[in-house]
Design a protein around this ligand. Structure first.
Ligand SMILES: N[C@@H](CCC(=O)N[C@@H](CS)C(=O)NCC(=O)O)C(=O)O
Length: 207
């Protein structure tokens, strides 16, 4: 059975837990990171020298970087797998965007709102991140005008990272109600058991 390392409050860990749960794939959990620590122990750094979560262990195969992990799980266990090169490329496009644009700003917003010690929080970075997240909401809203999910009317791999970050924004109080198509995606996601259990029901960092 595979093992997923990481606290359940991490959006990057949630991506991995959600895809497993979406495919009814059983996995073991090793809680590390956040208030649980353990990321700089020699044992953990042998798994991931970057000291970050998530990490996947599948037998003697070790993988870090959440986006690589969800693609591996999708391929190996045939969960939300696409055999169409164009659909695969679009999945990859949204997965990359979700980290390099959307998630980057969500992480800054999270860090400077709730994670960093109060004296290290920077209100300028919070308001810049908020503005950029709003642009991401607009972009997603346009993309979602004609479909229930990001690529079409079915859940795709692309929806996994984007859905985790949308949820993070919502719990941190960012309003999505004016972005009707984006809100429709969030409502669709909340109807899925796997999203409810692995993303919606989880605490905020550093829990
Ligand atoms: N690019 C990496 C980012 C990993 C990352 O920054 N993980 C955060 C949690 S979201 C982490 O390890 N934080 C330290 C901690 O939890 O203590 C990925 O996608 O896996």
């Amino acid at each position: 059975m595979i093992t997923v390392y990481g606290r359940k409050s991490s959006a990057n860990v949630q991506k991995v837990r959600w895809i497993c749960s979406e495919g009814n794939l059983e996995f073991k959990t090793e809680i590390v990171g956040g208030k649980y620590g353990g990321l700089t122990s020699p044992e953990f750094m042998r798994l991931n020298p970057n000291s970050t979560i998530p990490v996947l262990k599948d037998g003697d195969f070790i993988l870090y970087e959440s986006n690589s992990i969800i693609k591996y799980i999708s391929d190996k266990f045939d969960i939300l797998k696409s055999d169409n090169p164009k659909k695969t490329a679009l999945n990859n496009q949204w997965i990359d965007w979700s980290s390099s644009v959307f998630g980057l700003n969500c992480s800054t917003y999270t860090a400077h709102n709730i994670l960093l010690p109060v004296e290290q929080r920077n209100p300028t970075l919070v308001s810049e991140a908020k503005k950029k997240i709003r642009s991401c909401f607009e972009l997603l809203n346009t993309q979602l005008e004609k479909t229930n999910y990001l690529l079409d009317d079915e859940l795709s791999l692309a929806d996994i990272p984007v859905g985790c970050w949308i949820h993070r924004c919502v719990v941190l109080g960012l309003e999505i109600a004016e972005f009707k198509s984006l809100e429709k995606l969030y409502i669709n996601l909340k109807e899925r058991n796997a999203f409810r259990t692995e993303v919606f029901a989880t605490p905020l960092p550093p829990e």
